[in-house]
Write a protein of this length. Structure first.
Length: 156
């Protein structure tokens, strides 16, 4: 791990996204609460929070951090794309005050939430695809602020 002993404690915030592409029928079943395993987005939200908290257990060189906030939201797109697929976009914002950032925690949160959606819906749609996992923004620390170009605002 990188030695962060000499780094100042500052407020750190990171926002990441992931998208799950699926058949329109799958999204409709999620919206209607007809998935056998339960409320897909509620479970995915809890899984994402748990993923953020367990990041140093999954990514070997990550520092264990005290997370002050993990917020996960979902944006459903019911309009099929050119491939005939609908989507759920997952956005996670993670905050802490510390000596190192929370980018990996935010990216882990959206990835675990996306995998949870896949797991809960795979019985009806094995062709789902997890895509567009990326860091949207980060602030705090010596390197300052980063915002991904072309970022689309998300409804909270």
């Amino acid at each position: 791990m990188v030695d962060v002993t000499a780094k100042a404690s500052t407020e750190r915030v990171a926002t990441a996204q992931a998208t799950v592409l699926m058949k329109p029928e799958t999204l409709e079943q999620i919206q209607r609460g007809k998935i056998t395993k339960g409320d897909v987005l509620a479970v995915a939200q809890v899984a994402g929070v748990m993923g953020a908290k367990r990041t140093p257990d999954l990514i070997p060189m990550c520092h264990p951090l005290f997370l002050s906030s993990v917020d996960i939201g979902f944006e459903e797109d019911t309009q099929p794309n050119v491939d005939g697929l609908c989507s759920i976009r997952i956005v996670a914002t993670v905050k802490t005050t510390g000596q190192t950032g929370v980018e990996m925690e935010a990216m882990t949160a959206v990835t675990v939430a996306a995998l949870t959606i896949y797991d809960m819906c795979k019985a009806i749609d094995r062709g789902m695809t997890v895509t567009d996992v990326c860091l949207l923004s980060k602030s705090g620390g010596k390197s300052g602020t980063y915002t991904k170009e072309g970022r689309v605002k998300v409804k909270a």
